[in-house]
Every structure is written in C-alpha cells, then in structure tokens.
Design a protein around this ligand. Structure first.
Ligand SMILES: Cc1ncc(COP(=O)(O)O)c(C=O)c1O
Length: 419
C-alpha cells in the first residue's frame, strides 16, 4: 500500500498554501487524516491505520472519546469563549480544582496555557520572578517546545541554530544520564560548579528536566535521578521544573512520572494528554512557586487571549474522569509490559521506556524512517524520536485493544526486519 491518491492531492494543495518550513512533503509521506476514533485513524482515501503515536502523545484516552465529545459539545453550546484572566469562565475554576485534586501533594496552584510550550514559558518566568536568578540548567536531548523560552532550554541544534542570535544564552546543558556512573558524574560536577564562585556558571534559578526524555529518544534515566535533582535544587535554592508534558496523565503507569520516585517538584508542566484532544496545558506549582507571584492588579503578569479556554477546560475535566473510570494508569503498565515482551522476543533492537511510552532503538535514523514509512504503508502510524531519529517511539492510546496492539506490533517487527 502506498500513499493514496487523495493524500497526494492534499499534499500538492498544501504545498501551495503553507510555509514549506512546516509539513514535510515527500513521495511516501504524509497521509492526510479525515477522522479518528479510539486507536483508529482514517485518511482521506478511506484507509484505516492503527495509531501507535496517540498523535504526539495526546490521545491517551483514545481519539474522540465519547465522554469528551459530549463535554465539548455541551460546553461549546453553552460558553465557547470567555475572558480567561478578566471575567473567567466558571469551568476554568472547576478544571483547576480538578488538577489540584490529582497533582502531587502541594501542587495546588496552576497557570493554564494552550500548548506545552506555554506551560514551560510560565514555569521559566516563575523561576525568574521568584529567585531573581536568570540562569537555567537543562539537559542534552531535552525537548520542551519551540517558543522563545522553551526553545532556550531545548537542546537540539537544528531547532536552535537558525535563531541562535535570538535564543537566550542563559541555559547550561548537561548530559542526560543513562547509567548510574553518568548520573553520579553529571550531578556531582554540577554541584561543584554551582558551589564555586569561579565556575563561570550564571546564577541559576531553575533546573528543568523530563522524567523520561520522549522526543529525545525515550531515554529513561537511572532510578534516583529525580530525587538527587530535588536535593541539588534544594541545596542551591533552584526551582525544580519537571516537564511532564509527554509523561503526564497516566502515560507511564502513574498519573505523573515523578510519582515513581515520590518527588515533588516546585513546578510541574503538563499538556498533551490532559485535554483529551483539545489544546490545553498547565504549569502547576505550590505556594512558594506560583503562589509567590505578585497579585494581579489590573493586568495579568502572564496571560493570553485564550487562557482557560472553556471548551478545552471542559474536555480536560472529562478526560480526567475517563482516566480514573477506566483505570488507564494500570492499563499503561500492562501495555508497556506487552510491548516489551513482543519486541524483546523479536530481538530487533534495544527496547526501553516505561508504561505505554516505549522506544525501539534502531540506531540508524535512515533505517528507522524507512521502517516508519513501511509501517505506514501497512496501516500503522509511528514516529521516530532521538536527535537523529534513530529510535521508533511506541506511545499508543491507553485504550487500545490487545488485538489491535498485537497486530500493530507484528507489523512493526516485520517492517523493521525488512528494511
Ligand atoms: C516533554 C515535552 N515538553 C514540551 C513539549 C512541547 O509541547 P507543545 O508542542 O505542545 O508546545 C513537548 C512536545 O512534544 C514535549 O514532549
């Protein structure tokens, strides 16, 4: 199966109306989506695909979950848009209360946004306001979004270099550790540099970290990493920002990845799966982080036209209820175990990850993309990850049926073997 004729026509039409810097258009890529339900996506040629990406890790509860559709329909007919930080929609309050109920203890305050990058902007601004120190520590391979502040803590050169003159130089990048030895070296060295007046490090107010690097290639750090970072941040008066935009909302088998170590960050960024398919993100914090912002007196310190968008808020409340009702954190664990078993038995590359966030290390980006394209031609949507696209990410909807998952995994194995 190659890309269908309708998708080819849409690609041609898109090339005339969108900046070429946005969508990659090739002979065998992309397909154009017409509709999606659960784990099945249908393209404009009427072909069905199993989505092993959850569309960038968003469709944790599946595409177009009926409870979310009902909430969106009701909310849009009732109040489509409000005045987020001036005359707020009531549903914004209900959502923030819901988030306070599921977030790790003490993270009961929030600032809402639309994209993940918005949550990261809020967190970085918060650290700057509260500590008065502009420097930030981030990790190589980390991905936090492409807006100004978020780009400044995202390490990939191909995203940063075209804007190098504008990207803040206030970030120090460290190696994201894969072994205990690396972790010991990286954190001890950082501790030493933060303690020394002559290290050349800028005064740092924050450290930002992903519990598992998603776009960086599904890299799982050694256990104890977040705990050591928590201690280091406490010792040096830095805000610990944990970016759970990918790992949050049950993806890895807990509500949040920090819960594997019982660590409470100062700021927790969430997005993607939170809105059940509607655009929504949040930076969550406690009384000494978000609570320490000066009170708004007429102008918000940080806001946007669509802050607290009512329809997204209603969708997120419904999404949380579905995650709870369908025990999807537990299901993420089962899915992860199954993926690992099938791929490890097939012996086609290292498998790593946690819960329903797994990566198959192909090692060679060109081979990985050939496998991804072949899988697409055989009805499975996949994405490569890693700085060179050398890892195939597997992040299916947590609602996927065992039969669909098995079928898709067999396709992945066949496609990887054949390229
Ligand atoms: C960990 C992480 N942080 C931030 C972002 C940025 O989110 P968005 O693309 O919604 O701005 C992403 C997106 O993939 C992500 O994976």
């Amino acid at each position: 199966m190659t890309i269908g004729p309708s998708s080819r026509v849409f690609a041609q039409r898109l090339s005339l109306v969108e900046s070429p810097g946005v969508t990659t258009l090739e002979e065998d890529w992309p397909i154009f989506w017409e509709r999606a339900s659960g784990w099945t996506v249908t393209d404009t040629d009427g072909r069905d695909y199993i989505d092993l990406t959850s569309a960038f890790g968003v469709a944790n509860i599946g595409h177009a979950h009926p409870d979310v559709v009902a909430a969106v329909q009701h909310q849009s007919a009732t109040l489509m848009h409000g005045m987020g930080d001036v005359h707020p929609p009531a549903v914004k309050v209900r959502l923030l209360e819901t988030l306070a109920g599921i977030a790790p203890e003490s993270l009961t305050l929030g600032v809402l946004g639309l994209n993940g990058g918005d949550a990261v902007e809020a967190a970085l601004k918060c650290a700057a306001i509260v500590t008065g120190r502009p420097g930030v520590i981030a990790f190589g391979g980390g991905y936090h979004g492409l807006t100004g502040g978020a780009l400044s803590v995202t390490s990939r050169r191909d995203f940063r270099d075209p804007f190098s003159a504008r990207v803040s130089a206030l970030t120090t990048f460290l190696q994201y550790p894969r072994t205990e030895a690396e972790m010991g070296y990286v954190l001890t060295d950082l501790d030493r540099r933060l303690s020394s007046k002559s290290s050349g490090l800028l005064p740092c107010g924050a450290l930002i970290v992903e519990p598992i690097q998603g776009r960086g290639g599904v890299v799982v750090p050694p256990s104890g990493f977040l705990t050591l970072i928590r201690e280091l941040c406490d010792r040096h008066g830095m805000m610990m920002i944990v970016d759970e935009i990918f790992t949050g909302f049950c993806r890895t088998g807990h509500w949040f990845g920090v819960q594997f170590e019982d660590v409470i960050p100062d700021l927790l960024c969430v997005g993607k799966g939170m809105g059940g398919g509607m655009p929504l993100s949040a930076c969550l914090g406690h009384s000494e982080s978000l609570g320490a912002w000066p009170a708004a007196t007429g102008e918000a310190l940080h806001t946007a036209t669509f802050l607290g968008h009512p329809v997204s808020c209603a969708a997120a409340i419904a999404t949380v209820a579905v995650l709870q009702k369908e025990s999807l954190a537990q299901r993420a664990k089962t899915i992860g175990e199954h993926i690992r078993r099938v791929l490890e038995d097939a012996d086609i590359g290292e498998v790593r990850g946690r819960g329903a966030m797994q990566g198959l290390v192909i090692g060679d980006g060109e081979r990985a993309i050939r496998a991804v394209k072949r899988a697409l031609a055989h009805g499975v949507v996949l994405l490569p990850s890693g700085d060179h696209g050398e890892v195939i990410s597997l992040t299916p909807p947590l609602t996927i049926s065992p039969e669909a998952l098995d079928h898709a995994l067999n396709t992945v194995v066949d496609c990887v073997r054949s390229v």
